[in-house]
Write a protein that binds this ligand. Structure first.
Ligand code: PEP
Ligand code: CO
Length: 448
């Protein structure tokens, strides 16, 4: 893989198009200098790995695999410690083991990790006690602190995002290939959850079944390499085009462009305009692409996105991540899936049960109800079952820590508890116990 920036020296088409949600940098010379440096930095991921993930997602699109995509809403520079990264990874691996047993197909594991630092915002400004300042747009842009100084977009933060992503990926690669991700170890953690928590006790039967399956394998003398390490991929929203463009490189094997900032990148609900820069940027790279689809998405828009982003109709190239809300999914999803399927396109359908279910509690905390999250996933499975299409996966905001950001779950968190450990830099995440609870409940949906 070449580490040279786009060597064609043609200005990519997306640079001339309107880009929504970009920071307003006061010092454009400073921005140019940072971008020039980023262009010289080594890739964070390799083109061949992106191709491999595209192939894995192809299996998801064909109904032969399930995608588990999860992590923070927004990563933060002061949260890239080994303990936090390990806890997130552990939670995802535990969820994946349960889902893989229940779905009886490979689970493709993708983190919202090592690059998820940039946030689109519904409002450009935030007002507190009569003071109005620019909104926080993620650690890659400005500071969360509510001061005029912190909220000024600083291009040096792009450099910090690169380095934070690099050290995170380094740790992730170590954990997933160095024995930590051993399936028997992961299963032992799940047994702990089942034995030692109120939420877990309901899943004793399922955990015992998994135990029996593993014991049977052991008795057969089977000890495949797949039990000892896992394939794990990184993903983030490709929001800041200065950064993503600087990390877009030509692959020397194929001459094609890859965004080497992460394996998979997605386009958010607020930046998926058909004539906008984000769609044009994604159309030009070979990474697997996700697009978030909210409740107002028309079938025509979905079909136009397929034409732009997946003109070859290649399974694995395009993942539609629907985020309708529990109250809308059963109404909005069927037509979209029907029309897309009728067009002959084979996209992967994935359910984000988080972003359509956010509300503000009386305390002022942005939160989500565990039951709404679960209900949206249920609706997603029902719709696909009804249409004979494949519910390809789930996309969730979670952390491995015991935070109190979403209400409900087996170890019930109440609205009055939210203040205890509300630590998210942006949207409320499922904590470790709620995440495992969700995985076991989704596993049970396969039995229904
Ligand atoms: C997100 O994934 O954090 C997000 C902002 O999602 P959406 O674009 O679907 O609102
Ligand atoms: Co979010």
């Amino acid at each position: 893989m070449s580490v040279n920036p786009d060597s064609s020296h043609r200005t990519p088409a997306w640079r001339d198009l309107p880009a929504a949600q970009q920071p307003d940098y006061p010092d454009t010379d400073a921005l140019r200098a940072v971008v020039a440096d980023l262009e010289s930095y080594p890739p964070l991921v390799f083109a061949g790995e992106c191709d491999q993930l595209r192939a894995r997602l192809g299996a998801v699109a064909r109904g032969e695999a399930f995608l588990l995509q999860g992590g923070d809403c927004a990563e933060a520079f002061d949260q890239v410690g080994a303990d936090q990264i390990r806890a997130k990874l552990k939670t995802l691996l535990q969820m994946s083991a349960v889902l893989q047993y229940a779905a009886a197909v490979p689970v493709v594991k993708v983190g919202r990790i090592a690059g998820q630092y940039s946030k689109p915002r519904s409002k450009p400004t935030e007002t507190r006690d009569g003071v109005t300042l620019p909104s926080y747009r993620g650690d890659s842009v400005n500071g969360a602190e509510f001061t005029e100084e912190a909220r000024v977009p600083d291009p040096e933060r792009l450099r910090r995002m690169y380095h934070a992503s690099a050290s995170t990926l380094n740790l992730v690669r170590g954990f997933t290939t160095g024995g930590y991700a051993d399936l028997r170890q992961v299963h032992a953690w799940n047994q702990d959850f089942v034995r030692n928590s109120a939420a877990g006790r309901r899943y004793e039967a399922l955990a015992r079944e998994i135990d029996n399956a593993l014991n049977f394998m052991r008795a057969c003398g089977a000890d495949p390499a797949e039990f000892h390490s896992v394939e794990f991929y990184s993903s983030h929203e490709a929001l800041l085009l200065d950064y993503e463009g600087a990390l877009t490189r030509t692959d020397s094997r194929t001459g094609q462009l890859y965004d080497v900032s992460g394996h998979m990148v997605w386009i958010g609900e607020r930046t998926r305009q058909l004539d906008g820069a984000h769609v044009a940027f994604a159309a030009g790279i070979r990474n697997p692409i996700g697009v978030k689809l909210g409740p107002t998405t028309s079938p025509e828009e979905a079909l136009a996105l397929i034409d732009r982003l997946d003109p070859e109709r290649e399974p694995g190239r395009l993942t539609f991540i629907t985020r309708m809300g529990a109250d809308k999914i059963r109404d909005r999803l069927p037509t979209l899936v029907e029309k897309v399927t009728a067009s002959g396109a084979q996209v992967a359908w994935v359910c984000d049960p988080m972003h359509g279910n956010t509300f503000e509690a009386a305390s002022g905390h942005k939160t989500r109800r565990f039951d709404d999250v679960l209900d949206e996933v249920k609706g997603f499975f029902e719709v696909h079952k009804g249409l004979g299409t494949h519910p390809g996966g789930i996309h969730v905001e979670l952390t491995g820590d015991d935070v109190t950001e979403c209400v409900g779950g087996g170890d019930e968190i109440f609205v009055d508890d939210l203040h205890q450990r509300y630590e998210t830099a942006c949207d409320p995440r499922l904590n470790r116990s709620q995440s495992l609870d969700l995985a076991f409940l989704v596993a049970e949906m396969y039995r229904a």
